[in-house]
Design a protein around this ligand. Structure first.
Ligand SMILES: C[S@@+](CC[C@H](N)C(=O)[O-])C[C@H]1O[C@@H](n2cnc3c(N)ncnc32)[C@H](O)[C@@H]1O
Length: 214
């Protein structure tokens, strides 16, 4: 199951990275396109949710080409650790960070998030576009929260609507995809924690913030 997702992202890394566009046109048209709107909105929400980020440590789970990790380092994070089990994604992130002034505050690790032995906890955890490919959501969310001191941010794909149906169809042959209703997410987070969490609908995703320090 996980091997299919890993193989898929290894072959799709360049295509995925292209969605973000070049440096000059970064997210230029993205915000206007319904299908990619969630990617834009979750990026904006995550960066806002991490403020104040200066001096904080962050783990970017399923970091892909490192877009979030690099943006957070540029905004002043003390250290951002990106982890991804796709070698192609990690190579893209390492390539990208070379040209960044604040790149030394990012570290990219090629590993499965579920088994990598992290030495310490992080102030913030970011899991964007990651839960879509996770079979046992409860186990993964519990691990993420166990590594987080203050706040964790997740995106979960909405299982309802035409876009969900289209996406599910497109992914049939690519890799397994896991989608959720808002009710299922409430059940998941209520079951895991009694700390503060918020679920916000953003285009084709739900954006979830868990405030551990609350
Ligand atoms: C859709 S991409 C999202 C990338 C990035 N978070 C972003 O939004 O730009 C999902 C990433 O999660 C990674 N991934 C999925 N399951 C993983 C796991 N168990 N451990 C590490 N990476 C994983 C995939 O390789 C892929 O690069």
């Amino acid at each position: 199951m996980q091997t299919r997702a890993k193989d898929f992202f290894d072959s799709y890394a360049d295509g995925f990275h292209l969605i973000y566009g070049s440096k000059r046109s970064f997210f230029g048209k993205l915000g206007d396109r319904l299908f990619r709107r969630s990617m834009y909105l979750r990026y904006v929400q995550t960066l806002a949710g991490c403020e104040p980020v200066r001096g904080k440590t962050v783990v970017d789970i399923g970091c892909g080409p490192g877009v979030y990790a690099i943006a957070l380092a540029k905004r002043g994070a003390a250290h951002v650790c990106g982890v991804d089990f796709s070698k192609s994604m990690i190579n893209l992130a390492k390539q990208k960070v070379k040209n960044e002034e604040d790149g030394h505050r990012c570290k990219f690790i090629h590993a499965d998030f579920m088994t990598y032995p992290f030495a310490d906890k992080f102030d913030y955890a970011v899991a964007m576009g990651f839960m879509d490919y996770v079979q046992d959501a409860k186990k993964v969310v519990e691990r993420i929260l166990s590594l987080t001191r203050e706040k964790a941010f997740f995106s979960f794909p909405d299982s309802s609507g035409l876009l969900a149906w289209q996406r599910k169809l497109r992914y049939t042959k690519k890799c397994p995809l896991f989608m959720y209703s808002e009710k299922e997410l409430h059940a998941l987070f209520r079951d895991i924690i009694c700390k503060e969490y918020q679920i916000k609908k953003i285009s084709r995703d739900f954006f979830v913030t868990v405030n551990i320090a609350a």
